[in-house]
Design a protein around this ligand. Structure first.
Ligand code: PHE
Length: 347
């Protein structure tokens, strides 16, 4: 009688190890066939060969080999189970029917939106959009606009002066305190008649509060022609506010002073929230102050070599922050640059 020429214990270890290392169900099935296959399965062969063993050997090895069969079957079954669990987890990851993750996209800043809207309205009224430098000389920011050197009006605008690098023809350098210098640049290089708007940043060295920022925006407007009058001005801004707020808006003109216009005006619109009844936005007055304006001063025309007897024009400057605050009911101008996403995401 033969002896079994195989070490059952070693076979057991390597079989269990092989099952452990399997990564997918197909490979596991081939392993099952390799060990337990009817034809030539390794364990099947061992069990088959038992009958040829001496009785003593049969008694010793028989039960071990039989229980090994059970053990391998169980290990295969458990492995199959765990592969199923894994693959179902895998499916969740690539489940194409799951709703997608929302990708955060940026959008235009509320001020950009408002400025764009304002530009579009003026463009539709045949105004051209022009721009000018943020770093200006004293000449463009003040002198050419009829603000003389020692005039108190220069103090009205608290100026950021820049350190001088060399001499400029226009005097000291500064950050423009308003967009009115755009008027001068444009008139120096163009002949009337024309109508333009000039959006841009302006800077003032002053304390900030809910309605003042050191850096803010303005939109300058200038219309020059042979017979431009305040009536044209009134029509243009009435039309502008009607298009902006999508309803007829009452306006009110009050006399005011700016050195570069004569007469100078302050423009109020009837509060668009309460229609003049009084509310938190208009501080119960029923009116909102929205722009400075006036007829171009003859001295300004002289500065750009236009004949003041021949040409007439109106100019105004309006603050998009102020317009945005009115339109969207924003209580504090500082919110625009706060970088607070809770604010920005509302637009
Ligand atoms: N530049 C003026 C300001 O900043 C506004 C203004 C513009 C007034 C044009 C009259 C005409 O306050």
């Amino acid at each position: 009688m033969k002896k079994l020429n195989i070490d059952i214990e070693r076979f057991r270890k390597s079989a269990i190890q092989a099952i452990k290392e399997i990564k997918d169900a197909t490979a596991l099935e081939s392993l099952r066939i390799r060990f337990l296959g009817r034809q030539g399965g390794e364990l099947t062969e061992i069990l088959r060969s038992l009958k040829n063993l001496a009785l003593e050997e049969k008694r010793r090895i028989g039960p071990v080999a039989n229980s090994l069969r059970g053990e391998i079957e169980k290990a295969l079954e458990q492995k199959l189970e765990s592969l199923k669990v894994q693959s179902s987890k895998l499916k969740v990851v690539v489940d194409l029917t799951m709703p997608g993750k929302r990708i955060e996209t940026g959008h235009l800043h509320p001020l950009t939106l408002v400025e764009k809207e304002i530009r579009e309205i003026f463009k539709a009224m045949n105004f051209s959009v022009v721009e000018g430098p943020e770093v200006e000389t004293e000449y463009y920011n003040f002198d050419a606009l009829n603000v003389p050197k020692d005039h108190p009006a220069r103090e009205m605008h608290d100026t950021f002066w820049l350190k001088q690098f060399g001499k400029t023809r226009g005097g000291r350098l500064l950050l423009r305190t308003h967009t009115s210098p755009i008027q001068i640049h444009y008139m120096e290089t163009h002949q009337p008649p024309f109508q333009i708007v000039g959006p841009g940043r302006a800077f003032r060295y002053e304390a900030t509060d809910a309605s003042h920022e050191t850096n803010f925006h303005q939109i300058e407007a200038l219309m020059v022609g042979k017979d431009v009058t305040l009536a044209n001005f009134k029509f243009v801004i009435q039309e502008f506010f009607k298009r902006l707020f999508k309803k007829k808006v009452q306006i009110r003109l009050r006399p005011s002073y700016f050195p570069f216009v004569e007469p100078g005006l302050e423009v109020d619109i009837q509060c668009v929230k309460c229609d003049g009844k009084g509310c938190n936005i208009c501080k119960e007055s029923g009116w909102l102050e929205v722009m400075g304006a006036g007829m171009v001063h003859p001295k300004v025309f002289e500065a750009v070599r236009y004949n003041p007897k021949e040409w007439r024009g109106f100019a105004f400057g309006l603050g998009p922050e102020r317009i945005a605050m009115i339109k969207y009911n924003i209580p504090d101008i500082r919110l625009f640059y706060s970088g607070d996403l809770r604010f920005i995401k509302q637009f």
